[in-house]
Design a protein. Sequence first.
Length: 279
Amino acid sequence: MLFAAAMVLAGAAGVVLDRHFAEPARLVTQDDIDRAVRASLENKPLPSKAAKAFEAIHPSVVRVDGFDHPEGVGSLPDNADSDENKDTKNDKNNKDNATRKRQSVGTGVVITERGSILTNLHVVVGTSRIRVVFADGTESEAVVTGADPDNDLAVLQAKKLPDDLQPATLITTGDLRPGDEVLAVGFPFGFGPSASTGVVSGLKREFVSADGKRALTNLIQFDAAANPGNSGGPLVNMEGEVLGIVTAILNPMHQGFFVGLAFAVPIENAASAVGVPPF
């Protein structure tokens, strides 16, 4: 009887082994791969193209503040805060705040390893002191080292640089076409860094300011939102590479806010105008 039971068990094991070796392993199909990818994306979505572009350019974007002060008053203190609300911390800051006035706020982009910052000339013209704030929070006074009034451009050099300074990557606009996606990064109305997406609306545009004092040519027209404070900031492609410098907005009502028409100086013009070979 025990012999018979052993034979039965052996027979069963043989059947299992036979089935194991008889059934070939199932090949992984493209459908299996697609299902696995979809499941992965559902759990952890990939960042958008615009988000990746912002991540790439963000370390190179700086805030540019231009200050003025009454005649006869000395320079601003070196420890001036970047946030106007911080100026009311104590009586000394209140006194300093009474002697200074923020004249302009704009944006800049680091374009060289030695810290050259490209911005718009109209952001800094007429200011008595310029302060820049880097992406890591480093603040520094800056001076104008170059200017190109015909393209409304200026080059700044900060007195203090971050240890991990990262210049932007510049790219030719030779292949740029209307409809290409772009991202504008800056400090509109002082808020930022802020990102807005859009497309190239046209090339080789001309712009004349409402007062007729500024006439710019060979501009990139785009529809990503840009407002006062975006001036001097980078216009980038979806790889975060700089195509141009945001320079102007057009509002038929002559009001200082965006209605869908914005312009940038192509990076070839911008870089060469200030003596920096772009490529």
